[in-house]
Design a protein around this ligand. Structure first.
Ligand SMILES: *Cc1c(COP(=O)(O)O)cnc(C)c1O
Length: 402
């Protein structure tokens, strides 16, 4: 039988995934599991979802032939421009879908977790759009580090709860959101921000983001006369933009999948977020996945220059693809990332999010043939990261000489 890289009915991707939830949430998660496929396949839902993606988000996002970068790397490089979406990243594709789902299920209150604040902003945005109350859990450390996004969420009408447990970062915010959900299982919908959490969340988020590869198919056909690339490249935190980029090509062996995870200072140091390189099997936030942990199972803090990739776990779909060899996962360190970000800025006039710069920096670790078609997803724009780029311009080599 051919290997499947999609979730089975119980939410397993090979050995990973599932739904490990406390008793009190069992009914919530089970209700969602029974509801989600009929909703996603419902014609009214599809119509409303695609209308909003078009008129509100601005889809389809362009597939742009990057001429100068193509020359630099000796391939045919196309950029999938998720950075041009409303709110500046791919996350809105998912929050639009989940809030429509919440409404169809009769829920009246929205909660979300956020790290860098990008998912919090995308959730607060759709809550304003749909007139729903929104509460966002965010580690107190991140509240300080990502002040602008906190102000954006407040302006959009959301309540931001600083979380003061643990390391006071994303992982703790997830735990707190789950705790809140346990207290309000009846009226509350939890909008999860990446391909993580208990089943059916990883599958829901992957399906919502799959619009990315749906568009890549017809856009490539139009531009190259062939609807598949030789390589797909994306960065990977929890794994949602990567899942969307590869979704419609998972079973197509002609397409090589290369994912860039955050190496931080290096995978052999204590300062890394390279979960697939460094993680061991464990259960975190309701799902079995690769988790960075001490030998006795305490979750280790992730470290990277990129707040959006700062998570000690990685979604089950990607754990399975990596262990089965369907994807090649490269760890990209902070200095390589900064350099990649500056390079895209100077060669194409596109300042990428620091998360997306990890994918750009993966190019130099690969060898291409001149006619190889490469599609790289620029998951978000770098406006939020200008200060980080400037503070680290000594890592940018020749590009930092200004
Ligand atoms: C949140 C974020 C990521 C990481 O999340 P994934 O679920 O792995 O996609 C990557 N890029 C940007 C711009 C983000 O905001």
């Amino acid at each position: 039988m051919k290997e499947s890289y999609f979730a089975d009915e119980r939410g397993f991707y090979g050995d990973f995934g599932g739904a490990y939830v406390p008793e009190i949430l069992y009914k919530c998660v089970e209700d969602l599991r029974q509801a989600y496929l009929p909703i996603i396949e419902n014609d009214d839902f599809k119509r409303e979802y695609h209308q909003l993606l078009k008129d509100y988000v601005g889809r389809p996002s362009p597939l742009y032939f990057a001429r100068r970068m193509s020359e630099r790397y000796g391939c045919q490089l196309y950029l999938k421009r998720e950075d041009l979406n409303h709110t500046g990243a791919h996350k809105i594709n998912n929050t639009i879908g989940q809030i429509l789902m919440a409404k169809k299920m009769g829920k009246t209150r929205i909660i979300a977790e956020t790290g860098a604040g990008q998912h919090g902003v995308a959730t607060a945005t759709v809550c304003a759009l749909m007139d729903m109350p929104c509460e966002v859990f965010m580690g107190a450390t991140d509240v300080e580090r990502q002040h602008t996004n906190v102000e954006r969420m407040k302006m959009l009408g959301a309540t931001v709860h600083p979380v003061r447990t643990g390391n006071m970062t994303l992982s703790d915010a997830c735990s707190e959101a789950i705790r809140d959900w346990c207290c309000h299982p009846q009226d509350t919908f939890y909008i999860v921000g990446s391909t993580m959490g208990p089943h059916p969340y990883p599958d829901i988020v992957a399906r919502m983001q799959s619009v990315i590869s749906e568009e890549i198919k017809w856009q490539l056909q139009e531009k190259t006369g062939r609807d598949y690339p030789d390589y797909l490249i994306a960065c990977i935190g929890g794994g949602s933009n990567a899942a969307g980029t590869v979704y419609h090509y998972l079973d197509d062996d002609r397409v090589k999948i290369v994912l860039a995870e955050a190496g931080g200072h290096g995978i052999d140091t204590d300062h890394t977020a390279a979960t697939i390189h460094r993680g061991k099997v464990g259960i975190l936030h309701g799902s079995k996945m690769l988790v960075m942990q001490t030998p006795d199972g305490q979750i280790e803090e992730a470290f990277t220059i990129s707040a959006g990739l700062d998570y000690p776990g990685v979604g089950p779909m990607h754990c399975n693809m990596a262990v089965k060899g369907r994807s090649t996962v490269l760890a990209v360190n902070d200095d390589e990332t900064i350099c990649g970000g500056y390079e895209l800025t100077r060669l194409e006039g596109i300042i990428p999010a620091i998360e997306s710069a990890h994918a750009v920096a993966a190019l130099q670790k690969l060898t291409f043939r001149p006619d190889d078609v490469v599609v790289l997803t620029v998951s978000g724009r770098g406006d939020k990261d200008v200060e980080t780029y400037l503070n680290n311009k000594e890592m940018a080599g020749a590009y930092g000489d200004f």
